[in-house]
Design a binder for this molecule. Structure first.
Ligand code: ZN
Length: 73
């Protein structure tokens, strides 16, 4: 059974901070190098850990979070 991927868990590297974004798309808080961030596959945006925790219960129960370290992306 394949479950729907909603978020990719990543570490905020300098590459992401410089080339993609350095603020959360939801609360506009700054991302800190080395912190955990989440890529929202539905909205194509990065959000912080706090916003992810707040949004996750609102998503589909089929929603899964991938960890980018596993190389599934
Ligand atoms: Zn946020």
């Amino acid at each position: 059974m394949s479950r729907e991927k909603c978020f990719i868990e990543q570490t905020a590297t300098m590459n992401i901070l410089l080339k993609v974004t350095n603020v959360c798309s939801e609360c506009y808080g700054d991302f800190i190098n080395g912190s955990t961030i989440f890529y929202d596959l539905k909205a194509c945006r990065y959000i912080c850990e706090l916003c992810h925790e707040r949004l996750l219960p609102l998503m589909s129960s089929e929603c899964v979070v991938d960890n980018d370290d596993l190389g599934l992306f």
